[in-house]
Design a protein around this ligand. Structure first.
Ligand code: NAD
Length: 264
């Protein structure tokens, strides 16, 4: 049988190292036959991203900081020149000052509020606008979110507010682009130990809490996020848009934890 993503070309944004969710998604996409390009944030990350790209045979590596509109323009121009078209984009990018991923949300500063919103929410809209002209035959755009958008999670603070805005933007973008056959979705992943997550206060406790209380009684891996992403990025998900799909061992369905389920 033909691999699910055979003949599809996709951009993956947000690989920092082999723990990145973007890397789990890239591996799954490559395993299912996609041709990939990566963007990476600045030269310092290239030495980590290059060997990963090499291992999948990915040769298009583009330096792109989402806060720099020139580098965003250049990235999509380069892709347009190289491929002429694009079938999917994975956006796995977020940032907030880690000093504000603890303590009270109330103490968020205006500068960090703005930067968190720009990088973690607006950059996806900005990516979608740039991808649109390359998706003449339709496409699939995917971003990453977290349950802290829906309910208060300890220390998630301003990032939760940004993820709520990101999830709302997924619905508006899906409606804007649906008439062109371009789908827009998010995966809401359970907690995973990554570089970005290491900035969140008490993250080890959050991991344990999920492990003890999620229906599957374990945490998810970046490979599992990748497999679900393949469904949304491929024609298997052709009827799905504007959706926030949870890949979290079912944690978001639990209303009250069992009395003996707290981490010891
Ligand atoms: P990560 O640190 O591996 O990835 C974050 C990426 O964002 C890095 O590649 C970094 O270079 C990139 N980035 C930050 N600012 C940027 C900028 N200005 N320009 C370009 N790139 C920039 O961590 P991750 O956990 O894989 O994060 C990926 C996504 O998954 C994020 O949106 C995160 O919020 C989301 N997510 C993570 C978890 C988790 O528990 N790890 C759970 C749910 C959702």
């Amino acid at each position: 049988t033909t691999p699910i993503l055979a003949g599809k070309r996709g951009l993956v944004m947000g690989v920092a190292n082999d723990r990145s969710i973007a890397w789990g998604i890239a591996k799954a996409c490559a395993a299912h036959g996609a041709e990939l390009a990566f963007t990476y944030q600045g030269d310092a990350l290239l030495k980590r991203v290059k060997p990963l790209a090499d291992s999948l045979g990915v040769t298009t590596l583009i330096n792109c900081d989402v806060t720099d509109s020139d580098s965003m323009d250049a990235a999509f121009e380069a892709l347009g020149q190289q491929w002429g078209g694009l079938d999917f984009v994975v956006h796995a990018i977020a940032y907030s000052d880690k000093d504000q991923l603890k303590g009270l949300y109330l103490d968020t500063t205006p500068d960090n509020f703005q930067q968190t919103m720009m990088i973690s929410c607006f950059s996806f809209t900005d990516v979608c606008r740039r991808a649109r002209p390359l998706m003449k035959e339709g496409g699939s755009l995917l971003t990453m979110t977290y349950y802290g958008a829906e309910q208060v999670m300890p220390h998630y603070n301003v990032m939760g507010v940004a993820k709520a805005a990101l999830e709302a933007s997924v619905r508006y973008l899906a409606n804007d682009l649906g008439p062109e056959g371009i789908r827009v979705n998010a995966v809401s992943a359970g907690p995973i130990r990554t570089l970005a997550a290491s900035g969140i206060g008490d993250f080890r406790f959050i991991l344990k809490w999920n492990e003890y209380n999620a229906p599957l009684r374990r945490n998810v891996s970046t490979d599992e996020v990748g497999n679900s992403a393949v469904y949304l990025l491929s024609d298997l998900g052709s009827g799905v848009t504007g959706e926030v799909h949870h890949v979290d061992s079912g944690y978001h369905t639990v209303g009250m934890v069992a009395p003996d389920s707290a981490p010891q």
